[in-house]
Ligand binder design. Structure first.
Ligand SMILES: [Fe+2]
Ligand SMILES: [Fe+2]
Length: 166
């Protein structure tokens, strides 16, 4: 089981996952909710009614979400934007390939495989990479502010940040 599952928080949106943009956070919450529904359907042996709509919805949800999120990261000046876009390309390609492949599978098997992919690829990405992309943007803001303040106050370059490793 993954760290997410071990924490007992699998498929349960937590406020601490929020990255501070209402639209992006709502989309993340929707993806968690989709995984939760899929998991519930498996427990109740009802995956046949949920799996086909989920397989159809996921590539589009992922596409729209990644587009909106990249625009958000661009607005806040995340230094990891280019790197993050490459992660998105890989996940979006996987989403397309996997959902196509799973259409031919029995519903319960498709649901298990889709849930596993959601947890180990998409939700992990939301909880880790997305938050790091935002945190580095904020760190950069802080550094720029202290650089401006320090520069104005002392009138010279301060290298202490570099010695501390940023
Ligand atoms: Fe995201
Ligand atoms: Fe992302």
């Amino acid at each position: 089981m993954s760290a997410l599952a071990d924490s007992g928080a699998t498929f349960r949106w937590q406020q601490e996952y929020a990255i501070g943009d209402a639209q992006i956070d709502a989309q993340h919450e929707e993806l968690f909710e989709l995984a939760r529904l899929l998991e519930a359907s498996l427990r109740q042996n009802k995956s046949s009614s949920v799996i086909q709509p989920a397989l159809s919805a996921i590539p589009l949800l992922v596409h729209v979400h990644f587009r909106d999120e990249e625009a958000f990261f661009e607005r806040i000046g995340s230094p990891l934007l280019t790197q993050h876009k490459a992660l998105h390309v890989r996940i979006a390609e996987e989403a397309l390939w996997l959902t196509n492949a799973l259409r031919q599978q029995p519903p319960a098997i498709a649901a298990v495989r889709l849930l596993d992919w959601l947890e180990t690829q998409l939700l992990v990405h939301i909880v880790n990479a997305d938050r790091i992309a935002v945190a580095t943007a904020h760190r950069q803001d802080d550094a720029e502010v202290s650089e401006r303040q320090g520069g104005a106050r002392k009138g010279r370059v301060d290298f202490s940040r570099d010695r501390d490793g940023g």
